[in-house]
Design a protein around this ligand. Structure first.
Ligand code: RP5
Length: 175
């Protein structure tokens, strides 16, 4: 179901892989894997790959310009620091882009957040929280979008939410 980072196979239009997870560096994977894990738990096909706006700009252009024709429906883009990847991807594709600010060492991800969220009017990036929570929620948002046209996925999302609700204890414990 999920293609891991490093799998560069492209099969053209592929309805089974509707979500692309891109990230600026291998170091982002510790965060972005939570998006991958969440999509896997929901049975959503996805592919993860490293696409750096700064170090591999041609790869970014090739990926983003071809993303729709490759069959992707939603892109999740995570980056840290001067995090231009989500915005540049959004500039190059009509697909919805959800941006995940990766927590940076120097500024704890505030730099990432501001880099991603402050897009000019006309080029939207749906920006999530910094770090793991943002990665998980980006996956849930992507799944919600896809569930609009997928009753099975909508049911799995409902079940996921019900399970989350059931897991919350009413009273705190000392353990
Ligand atoms: C960004 O620079 C990446 O998204 C990453 O969050 C950050 C640091 O990259 P590395 O130096 O760890 O490769 O482009």
């Amino acid at each position: 179901m999920a293609r891991s980072t490093g799998d560069r196979s492209r099969k053209g239009a592929d309805a089974a892989v509707p979500v692309a997870i891109i990230m600026g560096s291998q170091s982002d994977w510790a965060t972005m894997r939570h998006a991958s894990d969440t999509l896997a738990a929901l049975g959503v096909g996805h592919e993860s790959r490293i696409v750096s706006a700064h170090r591999t700009p041609e790869r970014l252009y090739d990926f983003a310009r071809g993303a729709r024709d490759a069959g992707f429906k939603v892109i999740i883009a995570g980056a840290g620091g001067a995090a231009h990847l989500p915005g540049m991807a959004a500039a190059l594709t009509p697909l919805p882009v959800f941006g995940v600010p990766v927590e940076s060492k120097a500024l704890s991800g505030k730099d990432s957040l501001l880099s991603i969220v402050q897009m000019p009017g006309g080029v939207p990036v749906g920006t999530l929280a910094i770090g793991k929570a943002g990665a998980i929620n980006a996956a849930l948002l992507a799944a919600s979008v896809l569930a609009l046209n997928d009753a099975g996925l909508a049911a799995r999302l409902d079940a996921w939410r019900a399970s989350q609700t059931a897991s919350v204890a009413e009273f705190p414990t000392d353990d």
